[in-house]
Design a protein around this ligand. Structure first.
Ligand code: TXA
Ligand code: MG
Length: 374
């Protein structure tokens, strides 16, 4: 316990590489008793409970305000559990687990009957991942059970990359938080569905699509990943259909060629500032006239940008801006995950830079109306 502990939540500060066994032992006994423990992973913080205990899992849904049709990822610490919790594991699942576990990859496979229905939201598949963070692995091992864990944010908010983000969303609603400092990757794991042919990426993340293809050959992207028009597409991953990663401010993303993006963001921010407090999420040290500015860093280093993304969205909110204008990223490597999260935060409001340049007044009044309407 320390001074930051909210009334009912114990906060343990742990060293990433030397997790205090005493604290981990306490946290694991909370898990075994059906409690909720927030723990760090290499991607984002997770809100964990015993995946085999339906009452504990039910608490996760309640505490997060998560829709009951959105299944949880089950976290494991040994490869054998893939075969115990899943079934019909084919060569591709095995090859991906071998190559990327422990790490930021989640495999969707047919499920065995070991897990209660609530954990998988009644589906006949299960999402399984072995995280790379020593604290996460230690917690799962000591608990002796697989741990179901969504990101430890309130449903719809950006995922937490620090324990402070978790405290602000979930203080007093969980039994314990293991604080090991900021997470490395900053966006969630890649989710790949191995029950479709060819396998399909449902959520881009820490492992890139290029890396997946190098191991199993053909891999599709679900059309919602890059924001293709929805039409009558089915959201395969239930999480896909919810607005997500969203700060309170309205978000608009400007895409196109780098130089044009900069010009367009400048112009749009200036227009919007006549009426609103405007935040800009820029790159490459671009200077903008804005009420709040965060720079995701060099475009040549998308992994640094991924690490900062959710923190900056939260910080811009804290600065009380009404609207955030964000620079788009090329959709390759981890840039695909960055753009996917920005699209979701923007609720699809992604505008080509050349249009912004041609039609600034029209677009900014459309956005003004949108902002006023929220
Ligand atoms: O990096 C991560 O994956 C983090 C850390 C804590 O491990 N976890 C995480 O969990 O992001 P969550 O619940 O926020 O996102 C899980 C995603 C959701 O979009 C959910 O719909 C999808 O995985 N999912 C879970 N089970 C699934 C299944 N059986 N079939 C398809 N999608 C599934
Ligand atoms: Mg989440």
């Amino acid at each position: 316990m320390d001074g930051r502990s909210p009334a009912k939540t114990t906060i343990y500060r742990v060293d990433r590489d030397n997790p205090e066994s005493e604290f981990l032992a306490e946290a694991s006994s909370i898990i075994r008793a059906g409690g909720l423990v927030v723990f760090p992973t290499e991607t984002v913080y997770g809100l964990g409970a015993d995946a085999l205990n339906p009452y504990a899992v039910e608490r996760i849904f309640r505490v997060k305000g998560r829709p009951p049709d959105n299944p949880l990822i089950v976290h494991i610490a040994v490869h054998d559990d893939l075969f115990i919790l899943g079934k019909g594991i084919d060569w591709r699942a095995e090859a991906l687990a071998k190559k990327f576990w422990p790490g930021p990859l989640t495999l969707v496979v047919p499920r065995s009957n070991k897990l209660p229905a609530i954990t998988v939201a009644g589906l006949d598949t299960v999402a399984i991942r072995m995280p790379r963070h020593p604290v996460a692995l230690g917690l799962i091992r000591l608990s002796g059970v697989p741990i179901a864990a969504p990101s430890a944010n309130l449903s719809g908010r950006p995922s937490p990359t620090t324990a402070d983000h978790v405290i602000r969303d979930l203080a007093d609603r969980v039994d314990a938080i293991l604080d090991a400092g900021p997470t490395d990757i900053g966006v969630e794991s890649t989710v790949i569905d191995l029950t479709s042919e060819p396998p399909q990426v449902l959520r881009p993340g820490g492992v890139t699509v290029e890396e997946l293809r190098a191991v199993v050959g053909e891999v599709d992207l679900h059309p919602l990943v890059t924001g293709a028009p929805i039409g009558d597409l089915v959201a395969k991953s239930p999480g896909m259909k919810y607005r997500h990663y969203a700060p309170r401010a309205k978000v608009v993303v400007v895409v196109g060629e780098a130089g044009e993006i900069k010009q367009a963001v400048q112009l749009l921010a200036a227009h919007l500032r006549r009426r609103f407090r405007v935040g800009v999420l820029g790159t490459d040290g671009h200077r903008y006239e804005a009420d709040a500015l965060r720079d995701l860093g060099p475009r040549s280093s998308p992994s640094g940008a991924a690490q900062r993304l959710f923190r900056y969205l939260r910080e811009l909110d804290d600065e009380g801006v009404d609207i955030i204008v964000a620079e788009g990223w090329p959709e390759e490597g981890i840039g695909l995950a960055i753009m996917n999260r920005l699209r979701k935060a923007a609720g699809g409001l992604v505008i080509p830079a050349d249009r912004v340049l041609r039609e600034t007044p029209t677009i900014s009044s459309y956005l003004r109306y949108g902002v006023m309407g929220t």
